[in-house]
Design a binder for this molecule. Structure first.
Ligand code: M6R
Length: 607
């Protein structure tokens, strides 16, 4: 978590750093700060809370200078406070450091540094880095940084300034993302591309164990041992506007409305008649036929996408599929080998648990395929094969368009593998492909019903607990719907397999616990109706999500929202959209900060 940014050039650094931090605020918003080299002093200004608090402070005390670093924090070590906010300095004030990641051995380093006489002013793990650099500095910042890196363990993207070497900005990466923006007469470092996109589209994607030494006119990238690394320039193809709100009140709403366009992009160039193709990679038949089992791994929403994927892959490939939460996967000694395909799903491509799972799977000899949104992300670079979802930048913490495009990518991938193995008939493939292509239009129709979602949200906004129920695909989508509601509106919500209610949870159902019942899947429709009757018998208010033309369910529930008719196999992509909207409007009605829910961050780069 946390976002870092750095600038070296001929312009005023502070506004550029603040603008960059604004784009990185999705990574954490417990505090923010900048350090700017003003003549011969490093001026540090920081404020607890959102970036706007720092901006207010900077009105009064704005450091001037042409080189600086900035940070937006998601607290891990030490509570959100002024002392724990970054940037951190050493004892002398000669060095300033910003950090995204965790220094795992910081306690022993801190003890050792204190024995050497260093005085600490925060509870953070990061501060040891500033003191170590101070300890090792003998007139060569690069050398001091190298020696420091040999002492620290854990994950880090670092931005480093030294007052004695003005005009030099250092960035370092290990297991936390870092890009270098290539400007003219100016250069940048950042945790993520949007932070520098209004200045340049040309970047270097920094790899683990690399150090970048930037001046206004030069960029040198080396390994920790000092060998020069020649990297290819990465040209960003999307524009800064794609990461702006574009007239919507929140990024989340904008991203919900971007889904039709995102589906078109996910599908673009990947279907031809009844066939699915992946020009992105070549999978030889020998490789595919060796896979006897699939493991899908992800976190949060990506994990929920995997739960839908389980049924999709099992149905089309007829091989066992297991789905695991990434933070559990690596510690359970998973039964994964050369005959396993591990599919890791991650919007950001940087989630630490998912990245660790990917590495564990590769270590065990499995082939790893990543479904991700971010080109050049760690996961995309380390996977053997990559399927991009092409959803465009997703800024809101609550994932929406990434989830639905992950599902589309799973359908495409399952069809592709199924066709390669001769398991999917052209007729079946044609039906699914047609349904996938009908998604944009069907979604547009759902998105027109704003008044209905607002009305429903108005009802839910004062509730303490909401239950979501469904069977099969509907249950998988219910899990995602409940996550959306709880993470942005702070209403307690749980999703249950409808048939499981009577084995315990039914005890919680009263007239105070509304139920959202997903009745889209036809195979289990009658069974779900029975479960609805069970909760109605306990006085629950029930909202059903059903398919247009359903004349039955309305007889048993209090309200119904419909989705357009679509092939039931592909329906989960549509079923979730009303749930995204209900969560959104309920959060707005409760006055919650929709794009930046408390305690969360978009990109979770710590385990
Ligand atoms: O970037 P990733 O897809 O790996 O992120 C995984 C989760 O952190 C993420 O989906 C999270 O659950 C979202 N806040 C849900 O809306």
């Amino acid at each position: 978590m946390c976002g870092i940014v750095g600038y070296v050039g001929r312009k005023e650094a502070t506004p550029i750093l603040v603008e960059g931090l604004r784009k990185l605020e999705y990574r954490g918003y417990d505090s923010a700060g900048v350090a700017v080299l003003e003549e011969d002093t490093i001026q540090i200004v920081k404020a607890v809370g959102k970036l706007s608090f720092l901006e207010n402070k900077l009105q009064k005390e704005k450091p001037t200078g042409n080189i600086g670093i900035g940070h937006t924090r998601w607290a891990t070590h030490g509570k959100p406070s002024a002392e724990n906010s970054h940037p951190h300095a050493d004892c002398s004030g000669d060095f300033a450091v910003v950090h995204n990641g965790i220094i795992e051995n910081y306690l022993e380093l801190k003890e050792w540094l204190m024995e050497q006489g260093h005085v600490f002013s925060s509870e953070t793990d990061t501060e040891v880095v500033a003191h170590l650099i101070e300890h090792y500095y003998e007139g060569d910042l690069e050398e001091a940084v190298r020696k420091t890196l040999q002492r620290i363990e854990g994950s880090y993207a670092l931005g480093i300034l030294c007052k004695k070497e003005p005009g030099k900005l250092i960035g370092v990466r290990k297991d936390s993302p870092l890009v270098v923006g290539i400007g003219e007469g100016e250069n940048f470092i950042a945790s993520d591309i949007p932070a520098i996109l209004s200045h340049t589209r040309k970047c270097y994607l920094i790899d683990d164990g690399e150090i970048c030494i930037l001046t206004p006119d030069t960029i040198k990238i080396t390994t920790i041992s000092g060998e020069i690394v020649n990297k290819e320039i990465f040209n960003v193809s999307w524009d800064a506007e794609a990461a702006e709100k574009g007239g919507f009140e929140h990024f989340m709403l904008k991203e919900i409305y971007e889904q039709p366009a995102a589906f078109r992009k996910t599908l673009s160039g990947r279907t031809a008649g009844n066939k699915v193709q992946f020009p992105d990679f070549h999978l030889p038949m020998e490789t595919v036929s060796q896979w006897k089992k699939i493991y899908i791994v992800g976190c949060g929403t990506a994990y929920h996408a995997g739960l839908v994927g389980k049924t999709v892959f099992e149905q089309l490939l007829r091989i066992p599929v297991e789905v695991d939460i990434a933070s559990e996967f690596r510690y359970r000694e998973p039964l994964v080998d050369e005959e396993t395909l591990v599919i890791v799903i991650s919007q950001s491509g940087e989630t630490a648990d998912t990245l660790a799972a990917l590495r564990e799977a590769k270590h065990k000899g499995a082939a790893v395929l990543a479904i991700t949104n971010v080109v050049g992300s760690s996961i995309s670079r380390e996977a053997d094969f990559v399927v991009y979802i092409w959803a465009g930048p997703e800024i809101a913490v609550a994932s929406t368009k990434a989830y639905t495009t992950m599902l589309v990518a799973e359908y495409l991938l399952a069809l592709y593998l199924g066709q390669l193995k001769g398991l999917v008939s052209d007729t079946l493939a044609g039906e699914i492909i047609n349904a996938l292509h009908s998604l944009p239009e069907a979604t547009d129709r759902i998105l027109k019903e704003t008044a209905k979602y607002k009305e429903v949200a108005e009802y839910f906004k004062d509730k303490h607990d909401v239950f979501f129920i469904g069977r099969g695909f509907d249950w998988a989508v219910a899990l995602e719907g409940s996550l959306k509601l709880k993470e942005i509106s702070y209403i307690h919500a749980e999703a249950y397999a409808a048939g499981e209610l009577k084995h315990g949870t039914l005890a919680l159902i009263t007239q105070e616990t509304p139920v959202i019942a997903l009745c889209v899947q036809q195979k289990t429709y009658d069974k779900t109706l029975s479960n609805i009757k069970e909760v109605k018998a306990r006085d629950a208010q029930v909202l059903a999500i059903a398919v247009e033309g359903d004349t039955e369910v309305g007889k048993y529930v209090d309200d119904v929202i419909t989705i357009p008719e679509i092939n039931n196999f592909v329906a989960p992509v549509l079923t979730v959209i009303p749930l995204q909207l209900i969560a959104y409007y309920a959060a707005v009605a409760r006055g919650c900060n929709v794009d930046q829910p408390r305690n969360l961050a978009k990109s979770v780069t710590v385990e």
